[in-house]
Design a binder for this molecule. Structure first.
Ligand code: TAP
Length: 478
């Protein structure tokens, strides 16, 4: 089938001003790190160094926690909710005003297509701040008791797949509830968190209410293990989540963990197949598959398997992989060489365990980290590609005959974060939603997010909920 040729439509990067080096954001100002070694952040689409970033060592983390404690006790805890709300609204509006710049910066540092950072990440970031600003003066009416109180200082550690959005998920509810925060972005994507620090200055947020400490795993560990934090909020891998749960066990710290997933996207034979194909593609190839709730296991009813697979392969052949700043790009760069290695390794294991690999025919740029959209058929439930999170653009396809078999296979995973169901039958959707052990179940859609909707997992996908009224509970003493 002939398709149109697309001329490149690159977004200009001249709107962002990346400095040669960045310090830590502590007590309202950028300061040099004192006991860490600076590291570099690179553009994964070109492998070019973007900036040098300070690493926070234990003494720097301690300084940030002290600033957060002081701001909590002197300003933020006792400020009227309506006043706190004004700061959050102000931040939300500045994010909107600077959204083009922030979207470009996110795509440069993370590798995600500008179409997604511009149309998904940034609108949701602003929406989270607007949403939680609305709660700040209504906490007594959230159904969580008549006089909910803040917890104190929150230590927040986030991953690299949605850098600014994960920051918003963490900071907006924490601040609305009267807590102060120290946040550590991922080592490979610190730039938008540092731009957010500037936004805090621009919004005249009282010094110390938000502190940003950059660094790698050791900085995160020093932060969550610090004696003077009251709350730990972590999003990342199940492995690190487990280590954090052990480290804080026996302390008074309240903990929420948002971890990995291996979601089933279940297609019944009565589904609108073209629509389902769009949902499958969005489910696994959105954000290069670097999505905790990605629909990485496709379960297809046997009677429509051949038809669906043919449509899916045709659609995958049209995906454009390449320059994240080109507005035509569907799939951008893999975030780091380490992640690319992991995707390659698990894909090779898929082949060696006997599954059949099919890769969409597409040219890949020479420099940078790239992986073409791939699917595996002939996958059994025992295969590692059906059990482990690949966190890349790789789909494992399995089949089922009956609804009961679909539920059994969907739930046969250590994770329980999300699931998708494609069918014309409303009663079947409700029947499945009741039985799927997943925090979110999407029906005839996938990867839809809204600040008013709680998000979180079962089993090894973690505990606690973020988003919505439920997200307040994680930041309040009730
Ligand atoms: P991780 O390796 O777990 O890293 C997450 C964050 O924790 C990073 O900032 C990391 O620092 C830091 N970290 C590493 N070791 C630590 C330790 N011992 N103590 C405290 N912090 C530590 O995950 P990742 O590779 O960045 O992200 C991918 C994973 O996140 C996937 O499994 C994905 O499913 C999950 N994820 C889950 C969700 C939700 S909402 N459930 C959302 C997004 C991602 P550095 O990276 O800087 O070293």
């Amino acid at each position: 089938m002939p398709t149109f040729e697309y001329a490149p439509a690159p977004e200009s990067s001249s709107i962002v001003d990346i400095k040669a080096s960045y310090g830590l954001f502590v007590n309202g100002e950028f300061v040099d790190g004192t006991d860490g070694s600076p590291f570099k952040t690179v553009n994964p689409a070109s492998e070019q160094v973007l900036a040098e970033i300070a690493e926070a060592g234990p003494a720097d983390v301690d300084r940030a926690v002290k600033a957060a404690r002081s701001a909590y006790q002197k300003v933020w805890r006792d400020m009227a909710g309506a006043e706190r709300a004004k700061y959050l609204y102000r931040i939300a509006r500045i994010v909107q005003e600077r959204s083009r710049e922030l979207a470009v910066l996110e795509s440069i540092d993370n590798g995600k297509p500008i179409r997604e950072s511009r149309d998904v990440d940034l609108p949701l970031v602003a929406a989270h701040f607007f949403y939680y600003a609305g709660w700040a003066d209504k906490l007594g009416h959230a159904g969580l008791g008549p006089d909910p109180r803040p917890l104190g200082v929150a230590a927040q550690v986030i991953p690299w797949n949605f850098p600014l959005l994960m920051l918003a998920w963490k900071i907006a509810p924490a601040l609305a509830c009267g807590n102060t925060v120290v946040l550590k972005p991922a080592e490979t994507t610190p730039l938008t968190a540092l731009a957010f620090a500037e936004i805090c200055q621009q919004a005249d947020l009282p010094p110390g209410v938000v502190n940003i400490v950059t660094g790698a795993g050791s900085t995160g560990r020093a932060l969550v293990e610090h004696d003077d934090v009251d709350k730990v909020a972590f999003t990342g891998s199940t492995e690190v989540g487990r280590a954090i749960a052990k480290a804080v066990a026996g302390s008074n710290k309240k903990v929420t963990l948002e971890l990995g997933g291996k979601a089933a996207n279940i297609v019944f034979d009565d589904a609108a197949l073209d629509q389902a194909v769009e949902g499958i593609v969005n489910g696994i190839f959105f954000n290069q598959g670097h999505v905790c709730c990605a629909g990485s296991r496709l379960l297809v009813q046997e009677s429509v398997y051949d038809e669906l697979l043919a449509k899916l392969k045709r659609r995958m052949s049209l995906l454009r992989v390449g320059d994240p700043l080109d507005k035509n790009t569907d799939i951008g760069a893999i975030n780091s060489s380490a992640q690319l290695e992991r995707i390659r390794a698990l894909s090779e294991i898929g082949e060696s365990e006997g599954a059949s690999r099919w890769t969409a025919p597409c040219p890949l740029p020479e420099r940078g980290y790239w992986f073409a959209p791939t699917l595996f058929t002939g996958v059994s439930q025992a295969h590692r590609i059906a059990r482990e999170e690949i966190f890349g653009p790789v789909l494992s396809v399995l089949t089922f005959r009956t609804p009961a078999e679909a539920v059994e296979k969907a739930n046969n995973t250590p994770y329980g974060l999300s699931a998708g169901v494609w069918t014309e039958k409303g009663s079947r959707i409700l029947w499945l939603a009741d039985r799927l052990r997943a925090g979110v179940v999407w029906a005839n859609t996938f990867n839809k997010f809204d600040p008013s909707s709680p998000f979180g997992g079962y089993k090894e996908s973690g505990y606690g909920r973020e988003g919505g009224r439920h997200g307040l509970e994680a930041y309040l003493a009730l």
